[in-house]
Every structure is written in structure tokens, then in C-alpha cells.
Design a protein. Structure first.
Length: 278
């Protein structure tokens, strides 16, 4: 049992038979806390939220997530419970600042390590294209922590794009990150990239052919997707080879393979760093 859950049991009047449904922890985004509450304890959300505000002085607002994600833009189902009724906050991660509205945009804590890892991979003078930039989750850390020359950050969601532009200014990377509003399957970029970021899932494979349109004759694609345990790693590598062939490329090697986090029972969000040549 986590320390947070013990605190809830000790300080709140929750029926003993429902204690097992209390959360083990919470997600903190800036000054906002997001709770995942199961149905049996949902009626105690106000009580739990007020306790969080009292216990953790840095928290200004508490929201509850239903677990549902709406549309391709991954809009979370989050509702205010206690504290300031302001869903916009600034979150610091890997030395970068991200402003966002937590009721309209996702910020996955499970991707923290991956965002930090990719930030340092780009070599001096490289051009990077981020096909699913969001609010700058990957583009901004790459700009701040690598010697990449230019990062093209493509985003389709107008809300996310607005925050992307704000975050580029917040982090002082206007000279390196070029934001582009639109569907990455339709956006045209004259300059080819050494490195392609595909930090979106599931169904990322349907965008792979378009990734090669942005790639130089040789380069790296950071491919994220979702696969069942039994499909790893043969299935994703097979997909990479097949999609590459359609565009006249060959998969030369994979330099990194990792299960980023659990997505569903025996199913994982994975990432593969794959090097291709024409």
C-alpha cells in the first residue's frame, strides 16, 4: 500500500469495505492534481480532493479523470472538483516549461523517461521533424538539450498548436522550432530531416509512409505504437520493413527497442529507434 493511500485511510471517513478502491497516488501537472477514482469511491471525490489541497500546499486545483479519451486529439474526460477553477497550468519537466489546459490536452507521465531520452539524441546540425508535436512534448526538449539545427513541429489540433506556439516562446527556442499547423499527411516541408519523431499511438503505422516523405536518403525514425506482448518484437519490425520498401528505403538496423508503458492487459506502448537508407 502506498503512503498516499495510507494517508487517505487514516484521515478520511471512508467505509472500510471501500478502502481498497482508494487511489495509490495521483498525477501532478504544474499546480494541478488529477485523481483517477474508481466508481465505488467516486462519491467521496470532494472529500478526497479537499484533503489533497490541505495536505499538499503546492496544489491549487484538483480534478478527477474518468479514464475516457475522446477523439483523435486525445481530449481527456476531466472534471474540476476542488480549489481554483482554472485548468491552465505550467508544468516543468526535463528543464522545459509546458503550459497547457488539462481539460483539453493530455500530459502522459508514463512518457517522462522517453521524452528525456530523445531530447539528447539529435546530433549537431541535424534537422528533426516531429510529426505529432502536441504542445511540444518532444520538440522543445530536443531544441533545448541537443545541438539540432531545426525542428519542424507539426500539429493538427488547433488547441494544442496554440499552446505549442506559447511553449516555444516560454522556452526561448523560437530560432530552432518551427511550428506547422496541419495534418502531417498533407503538410509539405522542403527541407528533409535526419530524424523523425512519431510520438503518437495507437495506429501510428498508418502514418509511416508519410514519415519517409520527410526523411533524407538516410536517417532515423523514432516509431511509437501499441502491440500485444506476443507480437514483440517481430511484428513492429516487420511493419517498419514493409512500409520502408514501399518508399524505396531499407531498414538497416534498430538501435533501441523499449516498452514505454503498459497500455492494456499484455499490451504495450513501445518505441523503436530505426535507421533507414535509400
Amino acid at each position: 500500500m502506498s503512503a498516499f493511500k495510507r494517508l487517505l485511510i487514516k484521515n478520511l471517513s471512508i467505509p472500510e469495505e471501500k478502502e481498497k478502491f482508494l487511489p495509490q497516488g495521483f498525477q501532478r501537472i504544474g499546480t494541478i492534481v488529477i485523481l483517477n477514482l474508481k466508481d465505488p469511491v467516486l462519491e467521496y471525490r470532494k472529500q478526497i480532493a479537499e484533503f489533497v489541497l490541505k495536505q499538499f500546499p503546492y496544489v491549487k486545483s484538483v480534478y478527477v479523470r474518468s479514464g475516457k479519451i475522446h477523439t483523435e486529439f486525445k481530449k481527456p474526460d476531466i472534471k474540476w472538483v476542488a480549489g481554483e477553477k482554472n485548468p491552465v497550468t505550467e508544468h516543468k519537466e526535463n528543464g522545459c516549461l509546458f503550459r497547457l489546459d488539462v481539460t483539453k490536452l493530455m500530459f502522459a507521465k508514463g512518457n517522462l523517461r522517453e521524452r528525456g531520452r530523445v531530447a539528447k539524441l539529435a546530433k549537431e546540425g541535424e534537422t528533426v521533424t516531429d510529426m505529432f508535436a502536441g504542445i511540444g512534448y518532444f520538440s522543445i526538449p530536443v531544441a533545448k538539450h541537443s545541438k539540432a539545427k531545426t525542428i519542424y513541429a507539426i500539429e493538427k489540433n488547433p488547441t494544442a498548436f496554440s499552446f505549442l506556439k506559447t511553449n516555444i516562446k516560454l522556452n526561448g527556442v523560437e530560432k530552432k522550432v518551427i511550428p506547422l499547423l496541419g495534418d502531417n499527411r498533407k503538410v509539405k516541408i522542403k527541407e528533409k530531416a535526419d530524424r523523425i519523431l512519431m510520438g503518437y499511438f495507437p495506429s501510428t503505422r498508418k502514418f509511416l509512409q508519410h514519415a519517409f516523405d520527410f526523411l533524407k536518403n538516410s536517417g532515423t525514425i523514432h516509431y511509437h505504437d501499441v502491440f500485444h506482448k506476443n507480437e514483440l518484437w517481430e511484428k513492429p519490425i516487420q511493419i517498419l520493413k514493409q512500409e520502408a520498401m514501399k518508399k524505396g528505403y531499407a531498414l538497416k538496423k534498430t538501435t533501441y527497442k523499449h516498452k514505454v508503458k503498459s497500455y492494456a492487459p499484455r499490451t504495450y506502448h513501445i518505441v523503436i529507434d530505426a535507421v533507414f537508407e535509400k
